[in-house]
Design a binder for this molecule. Structure first.
Ligand SMILES: [Zn+2]
Length: 472
């Protein structure tokens, strides 16, 4: 049993009015709301840090399951009630602490926002107090934990937002947010960038949606819906005992981004090559340009970033490619329920030699491998497939049939040319020839089964010469 999470994003349309965006001024409302909530968070952070003893108070709790009485740190809900009692004016309780009167400082702030702010601050303040205590206990002079910052992305509890997706034409859909307009708190409609994937992901069964957060950046405003799902999956140890186990092995490379092989009962059942569709070459052209510009411009200015748009383009392409490759891997896994996904443990590779542009490109290719690995693991876990990493020792060098050390070669103009970097693999012992990446992928399966912790055999000690003499 485990849990996995994902974020589904909904973009607010902040383009100009004639392009279907918001009315002028609505964007400022969002900025203002965020800054007011940050100020409110500052208020409660100061309030809690003045009362640290309450924050860490131990209370007795009766367990619902066993009925036992235990001592525990006060729960966030109780703390919230206490904090509201101390700071908020109500008809029943008109006199909060005079120096901590929240109702006077922030008149009209919706109570849902206030609660989300308090809950947020409780976590921050507790984390701070714990790290300060640990720091004192360690006796170190340096590294004192800093006071947490108050700014954060606002969490939208029910009652501060509502999604209106019931319209027939979903392209005209809006989200209603409670924002500060400069004079008071009001409900304001914001058009959203409709996309069909959003609805599909939100409606997918098995996923639970938590309160969304509003992420406001310089260019855009996005609402993030965090979804969680409980996953039931077998442990690797249990899977290994299953004689009908299907293993899906992936070998990550540069040109063939992933070579996926499926094995059951010692036989390879399916193979799939995922190509990069010329990404490597394309990226190389861009990086050549970057390298040339850097060389022309001389020493880089500290704190400044050059070629930002080009780098952003490379990053976007890499990420997109990683997502697509990971998806291809997971689609293979989907066909074989209860399979195990096997990866090689990625090596740390230092790009060296060659030109600067080539080194940059190698670095990017290695990072892409890591990204594919990470994304494929996450996506596979969401469908209940567990992944393992195996020892990468010699996967590309040894024959997958007989285990002998092989050679790499390639055909050029009908001539066999042996050497490193050849696309093909040949075994001198059993004369097996195949694609080198395929061979590596099959070897990953071997690594997985070989990697089982074997029972240690007791070594028989060879008797010493003196012991022989005693016996005879
Ligand atoms: Zn062989």
């Amino acid at each position: 049993m485990g849990q996995t999470a994902r974020t589904t994003k909904l973009l607010l349309d902040l383009s100009t009015r004639d392009q279907g965006g918001t009315n002028p001024g609505k964007r400022e409302h969002l900025t203002e709301t965020v800054s007011i909530l940050n100020a409110a968070r500052r208020f409660y952070l100061d309030f809690f840090l003045v009362h640290p003893e309450k924050l860490m108070e131990r209370v007795e709790v009766i367990s619902k399951k066993t009925g036992e009485v235990r001592e525990q740190v006060i729960s966030a809900d109780n703390l919230l009630t206490w904090a509201e009692f101390q700071t908020v004016e109500t008809p029943d309780h008109p006199t909060p602490l005079p120096e901590w009167n929240f109702s006077r400082a922030f008149p009209g702030l919706p109570n849902r926002y206030r609660r989300s702010v308090i809950k947020d601050v409780i976590g921050k303040a507790r984390g701070y107090l714990t790290s300060v205590r640990k720091w004192h206990a360690s006796g170190k002079k340096q590294g004192k934990p800093g006071i947490p910052t108050a700014s954060n992305h606002p969490t939208l509890y029910a009652g501060t937002f509502s999604l209106e997706l019931d319209e027939l034409d979903v392209r005209k859909s809006f989200i209603r947010l409670k924002v500060y307009t400069g004079t008071g708190w009001m409900w304001v409609h914001y058009p959203i960038c409709y996309n069909r994937y959003f609805e599909r992901r939100r409606a997918e069964s098995g996923w639970e949606t938590a309160s969304p957060t509003l992420i406001l950046s310089k260019q855009s405003a996005v609402i993030h819906f965090l979804q969680t799902k409980t996953i039931k999956a077998r442990k690797i140890v249990e899977s290994k005992r299953d004689p009908d186990l299907v293993t899906v092995a992936v070998d990550l490379n540069v040109k063939h981004l992933a070579v996926i092989t499926v094995r059951q009962h010692g036989m390879i059942k399916a193979t799939q090559f995922v190509s990069d569709h010329g990404l490597d070459q394309h990226r190389y052209q861009h990086l050549k340009r970057v390298a040339k510009k850097q060389w022309q411009a001389g020493k880089a200015v500290k704190g400044e970033h050059s070629n930002q748009q080009l780098w952003a383009h490379v990053r976007r392409q890499n990420l997109d490619c990683a997502h697509k490759t990971a998806r291809a891997i997971v689609e293979v896994c989907e066909k074989y329920p209860e399979c195990v996904l096997v990866f090689e443990r990625l090596r740390k590779i230092n790009a060296k030699g060659a030109s600067r542009s080539r080194r940059l490109n190698r670095k990017q290719a290695n990072q892409l491998k890591g990204k594919i690995n990470q994304l494929a693991k996450e996506k596979a876990y969401a469908i209940g497939v567990v992944s393992v990493e195996v020892n990468p020792h010699g996967t590309s060098q040894y024959c997958s049939r007989c285990g002998c050390l092989g050679v790499r070669f390639t055909y050029r103009a009908g001539q066999r040319i042996t050497g490193r970097g050849g696309k093909l693999f040949a075994c001198p012992a059993c004369h097996y020839e195949c694609h080198a990446d395929f061979n590596a992928s099959v070897n990953v399966h071997h690594s997985f089964f070989r990697g089982a912790p074997r029972k240690r055999q007791r070594r028989v000690r060879k008797p010493r010469l003196s012991e022989y003499l005693v016996c005879t």
